[in-house]
Design a protein around this ligand. Structure first.
Ligand code: AP5
Length: 216
């Protein structure tokens, strides 16, 4: 099964993708994570991407399409994948359709995680993660059980994303509404769009997504 999770920054795409990896055994393909890895490595792609990411703007279509095309050819994607943060423009959606058709693959579901913009800034600006294992935390909603110790790996290093500040979040939300939300009618027309209420708790959102995947 091949899925797309679609929604604004902070909607819960990454949170839900990680849960689906554990419960349905699909691979999470996050273009945001891949681009951040490229930035951290100091590669040419990373240097190009960083300028756009720091502004909250989208990275060039050609860069992200190439990254995804290469990644879905890897053997771990054969049993299916969850696209988290891709596609984000009509050009990316069309490139994905072509890529899948050339590889004899199909898109099974596109799941829109619907949220009110008002909650997103708070969700994003409070977010931090364990720098060793990536476990996610939040200033208000989820602190480590023992202060400064990761619940998952016992690590003591925590990090915040460069683009998780109020000003950049405004630009990311604006990019979502102008460039990514127009994909919703595109996928509705293809008959693959499902919607979940991203304002519910994390467990309830997972339940709604699982129901859509199982066709119930
Ligand atoms: P990316 O990394 O994809 O960031 P994003 O889309 O802005 O999404 P986030 O990771 O911020 O949010 P999320 O929806 O995953 O929410 P999360 O689960 O973490 O992209 C970053 C940048 O890279 C882009 O701005 C762009 O520059 C570039 N880029 C990436 N892909 C690109 C592409 N295809 N084309 C061009 N450029 C691209 O949750 C957020 C917080 O909320 C967490 O603290 C979480 O615990 C909490 N939370 C989650 N769900 C709930 C819930 N139901 N209730 C309460 N809290 C919740």
């Amino acid at each position: 099964m091949n899925l797309i999770l679609l929604g604004p920054p902070g909607a819960g795409k990454g949170t839900q993708a990680k849960r689906l990896v554990n419960c349905v055994g699909l691979v999470q393909l996050s273009t945001g994570d891949m681009l951040r890895a490229a930035v951290a490595n100091g590669s040419a792609v990373g240097l190009d991407a960083k300028v756009a990411m720091d502004r909250g703007a989208l990275v060039d279509d050609s860069i992200v399409v190439a990254i995804i095309e290469e990644r879905i050819d890897e053997p771990d994607c054969r049993n299916g994948f969850i696209l988290d943060g891709f596609p984000r423009t009509e050009a990316q959606a069309e490139a994905l359709d072509k890529m899948l058709s050339n590889k004899n693959l199909k898109l099974d579901k596109v799941i829109e995680i619907r949220t009110d913009d008002a909650v997103l800034t708070e969700r994003i600006t409070g977010r931090f993660a364990c720098a060793d294992c990536g476990e996610g935390y939040h200033d208000q909603f989820r602190q480590p059980l023992v202060k400064n110790v990761c619940d998952s790996c016992g690590g003591h290093n925590f990090s915040r994303r460069n683009d998780d500040n109020a000003e950049t979040v405004r630009a990311r939300l604006s990019a979502y509404h102008s460039q990514t939300a127009p994909l919703l009618p595109y996928y509705r027309q293809q008959g693959v769009l499902g919607e979940v209420d991203g304002m519910l708790g994390v467990d309830e959102v997972t339940d709604q997504i699982t129901k859509i995947i199982n066709g119930s």
